[in-house]
Design a binder for this molecule. Structure first.
Ligand code: EPU
Length: 434
């Protein structure tokens, strides 16, 4: 069992480079299945969710080679298995993208229902709605989802809720379907656009990604391509908050400033200075941090995946802030841990009231999910004394060498191995999925 040991109180300064986006990469890697030729994918982050995607592809028979730093060559033409078993699917929520990709290519898929779910209820009814609209039949039994179709035909799909996963899956399944598919009430996140751009670079015909109506005209073949994954919006936002929480001054490189707009606007309200350049930003604090209110919403709203990090910053600000979480019902589970560090936060349903105390104190804490873990690192960086963070496998699922990047900015953070006899000592990716 590894843990992070953070000695707080150091200002973050210098430069940090953001890696490829987790939530784009975990969809683009399965999407390679749809190609009739090998593809080269660049700017793939080194995180355990990506390792799992690659293992699944290999288990299916694809040839995957790591041909450079963050670059993979994937040949899907040798795939001869269409199943993602429970043992692999439970390790990563995004294993559901193999449903859309396998269905789109082979008209059949067998994927385990994703397991362990620390964010609350995570239904897949909208995914199934998309697949059945295109002509697939599904069967849920023994924890497995089986999809089959004689043929996939374009159709109109109207989502009841705005959902990233189902929007991506609808595109994956529709891209080779016969005729026109119109996806309405689609999600608009940057990773939706990235998946559409990737598919189009293979010869797909997708229009409107990034708006709430996406039109997919089916094509017969998709060819090989070389494609670079977009920078991770949430990793960038997490570093923005970390720099602000330590009253630092640093440049964040390899970002798309437009993707950071909602985060930038909120941080500016709190008193953080942000200067935008073409593909980098400077973040610094030279005055007091002040309260604000945050409501999470689908893109272009404030991302739920930044909620715990900004809440941590608000514990350091003057005044009372209110956070409303509108996407995941269990995304305040980190609050108990922050309280151990001296935060004054009251949660009532989907609303958290934060009394800014201006300071945090180091304590032993546990990451309960990926973004909660990131929030605790930020808290540790800003706190007086030492913070020890356990269960960092959650953090390593989605952040590419976070401790190394923070150290380069001047943070005092170490990854320490702790022998633990009582608890299973399996590698990170064997834990339940975020
Ligand atoms: N929903 C349904 N039915 C469905 C699908 C979703 O009711 O069939 C509901 C969910 O319960 C939720 C809302 O729709 O209330 C939005 O869920 P969405 O489908 O958008 O979430 P997701 O695709 O499962 C992705 C990210 C999450 C991120 C959410 C929201 C990936 C792999 N995961 O999840 O990322 O929080 O979108 O932006 O892309 C993270 O990176 O930490 C993370 C949890």
């Amino acid at each position: 069992m590894d843990k992070f040991v953070v000695k707080g109180g150091r200002r973050l300064t210098g430069e940090v480079t953001i890696s490829g986006a987790k939530n784009a990469a975990v969809a683009i890697l399965p999407a390679v299945i749809l190609s009739d030729e090998p593809c080269i994918i660049e700017n793939v982050p080194t995180i355990s969710d990506v390792n799992i995607c690659i293992r699944i592809l290999k288990e299916m028979g694809a040839k995957v080679e790591n041909i450079g730093k963050d670059v993979y060559r994937i040949d899907p033409t040798t795939i001869d298995k269409f199943c993602v078993p429970y043992e692999t699917a439970r390790k990563m929520r995004a294993s559901y993208y193999f449903l859309g990709a396998l269905l789109g290519k082979f008209k059949k898929a067998r994927v385990s229902m994703p397991g362990g779910c620390p964010l609350g209820d995570r239904p897949i009814d909208q995914h199934l709605k998309a697949f059945t609209s295109l002509g697939a039949k599904y069967n849920l039994s023994q924890g497995m989802i089986d999809l089959t179709a004689d043929k996939l035909s374009g159709n109109q799909i109207f989502f009841d809720v705005v959902t990233v996963g189902a929007t991506m899956n609808a595109m994956l399944a529709a891209v080779k379907a016969e005729g026109l598919t119109v996806i309405e009430n689609a999600a608009k996140e940057p990773h939706i656009v990235d998946l559409a751009n990737f598919l189009n670079s293979m010869g797909a015909n997708i229009m409107g990604a990034g708006t709430d109506v996406i039109k997919v005209r089916g094509v017969e073949h998709l060819h090989g391509t070389t494609y670079s994954v977009i920078p991770d919006q949430i990793e960038a936002g997490t570093f923005m908050v970390a720099i602000a929480a330590t009253k630092g001054d640093a440049i964040i490189k390899n970002v798309i400033p437009k993707h950071l707009e909602s985060i930038t606007k909120k941080l500016e309200k709190i008193g953080v200075n942000i200067e935008q350049y073409d593909d980098s930003i400077r973040v610094w604090v030279d005055g007091p941090l002040v309260k604000t209110n945050v409501k999470t919403a689908p893109h272009p709203g404030f991302p739920t995946d930044m909620q715990s990090q900004i809440a941590t910053l608000l514990t350091l600000a003057q005044g009372t802030s209110i956070i409303t979480e509108n996407i995941w019902e269990q995304r305040f589970r980190y609050v108990d841990e922050l309280r151990r560090m001296g935060a004054d936060i009251t949660v009532n349903g989907k609303v958290a009231l934060i009394e800014g105390t201006g300071k945090l104190m180091g304590a032993p804490v546990k990451a309960c999910d990926l973004r909660a873990g990131a929030a605790l690192i930020i808290a540790g960086l800003a706190a007086q004394g030492v913070t020890e963070i356990e269960d960092i496998f959650h953090i390593e699922r989605g952040y590419d060498c976070m401790e190394g990047k923070l150290r380069a900015l001047g943070a005092d953070i170490e990854k320490v191995s702790v022998p633990d006899k009582a608890v299973e000592t399996k590698p990170a990716e064997n834990k339940a999925a975020v």
